[in-house]
Design a protein around this ligand. Structure first.
Ligand code: JHZ
Length: 392
């Protein structure tokens, strides 16, 4: 692993603090990102045990945004139509934003965070509250193999991907399809979205890296959708190499070409990215400094996991941002890790609330701007750091 980016000492991104924890010393780790030139894989170098991140207190719910609910709904129809699975399995089913669109008798969910698994269990979905392992795959698909496995924003969170693919090979029927969705490394680098790196995002994948990972498991990517989700993601359609029913599409070749042309195989690309990130930090800090000097009131919008990286890396805290608005029940009343900024229950922005709003959920800019038309037309401004620090 060749190191290229040091995002400093960081707390665990989704470990929101209760009021009585504010004085306690937070557990921190050094967030360093590296590149493996052999397999083109980009990953963080110091990892945190999964049990510390994904447990019964997990606060992130996929259903919180209209964009995601809508996208999962459309996708479920598309996947059912294209692959006609008799049985579908979702790894990391969260609060059911995707699986909730599938017929209960044809779906299985796996979700290690008990608080989230409970949500889909209550709705009647067979959800196993466990980590995805070979042992679990054997247990739940012993009799019935699965025709379609879907997993969004999960693979990038699991250090031992070998266990994941061995387990998938146990569960997937001979002609079964695996659909994986994760942030795209190309988009992350292009957009300077360095906040895609935090404790949970162990990997940010490229097509070329994923191809290498899949190879030893007899799996291959046969199609890709480039999607806007989370600032730019890839949806990879994967099959067994022995499955000749689907041909590898031009889209796969084009993605590979694009990535190679951009330089994702070269260490220099990542060094340049790192230099740009440092400049971005300086610029964001300058924006805050100027606004604070002018006594402007700044609040935050969307207490994302990504915000944790930006705020801590750029040394922005509760003396710069008064509070964050967020819609997630599990986060409201708590404080962002490290920066200790309070999270308040969302209400429509009014000009009396703030002069400037830091866009923690920059990936939902369009949805948020549509919702906050009144604030914008009254002269309210947003601050965003992606793709470069600026006032909008
Ligand atoms: P959002 C999480 O990252 C964690 P985060 C995880 N590691 C991951 O990979 C991605 O999700 C998928 C709020 N919000 O999706 C809701 C509003 O308040 O960018 C959320 O708290 N009002 C699993 O946290 C947050 O913003 C709104 O109008 O970086 C969005 O979080 C909207 C649209 C969102 O993921």
């Amino acid at each position: 692993m060749k190191k290229f980016l040091d995002l400093g000492s960081q707390p665990l991104a989704n470990s929101y603090l209760n009021k009585n924890e504010l004085k306690k010393k937070e557990k921190k780790f050094r967030l360093i990102v590296g590149f493996d030139p052999k397999n083109y894989l980009v990953s963080i170098l110091n990892t945190v045990p999964k049990e510390k991140m994904f447990n019964k207190n997990y606060p992130y719910k996929s259903s919180e945004s209209f964009t995601m609910r809508n996208q999962f709904k459309k996708l479920s129809t598309k996947l059912i139509k294209r692959f006609k699975p008799k049985l579908l399995l979702e790894i990391g089913s969260n609060d059911g934003a995707f699986i909730g669109n599938i017929n209960k008798n044809k779906a299985l969910g796996v979700e290690p965070c008990k608080n989230l698994a409970l949500i889909t269990q209550k709705k009647g979905y067979k959800t196993f509250s466990d980590y995805w392992t070979v042992k679990l795959a054997k247990k739940i698909t012993q009799k019935n193999k699965v025709d379609l496995i879907y997993s969004a924003n999960t693979l990038s969170h699991i250090k031992d991907y070998s266990e994941i693919f061995r387990a998938i090979n146990i569960s997937l029927s001979e002609k079964g399809i695996l659909v994986l969705e994760d942030p795209s490394l190309l988009e992350c680098i292009k957009k300077l979205a360095y906040d895609q790196f935090y404790c949970e995002h162990i990997y940010v994948f490229s097509t070329i890296a994923l191809q290498k990972i899949l190879e030893p498991f007899g799996l291959e990517i046969f199609d890709i959708d480039n999607i806007k989700t989370h600032g730019g993601s890839n949806r990879y359609y994967i099959k067994r190499k022995t499955n000749k029913y689907f041909k590898i599409t031009k889209r796969v070749r084009n993605n590979v070409k694009k990535e190679v042309k951009f330089g994702l195989k070269k260490f220099m690309t990542y060094k340049i990215f790192s230099r740009k990130v440092e400049k971005s930090k300086k610029k964001l800090k300058d924006i805050f400094k100027k606004l604070i000097f002018q006594r402007k009131k700044i609040i935050g919008y969307g207490a994302t996991a990504k915000s944790c990286t930006v705020l801590n890396y750029c040394e922005i805290s509760n003396s710069n941002i008064k509070f964050f608005y967020d819609t997630t029940s599990f986060k409201i009343g708590k404080y962002l890790p490290g920066s200790k900024i309070k999270i308040r229950k969302y209400k429509k922005l009014e000009i009396k609330d703030a002069d400037y709003v830091f866009l923690g959920a920059w990936n939902f800019k369009d949805e948020i701007f549509k919702k906050e038309k009144i604030f914008i037309s009254a002269g309210g401004k947003f601050i965003s750091h992606v793709p470069f620090p600026r006032i909008i």
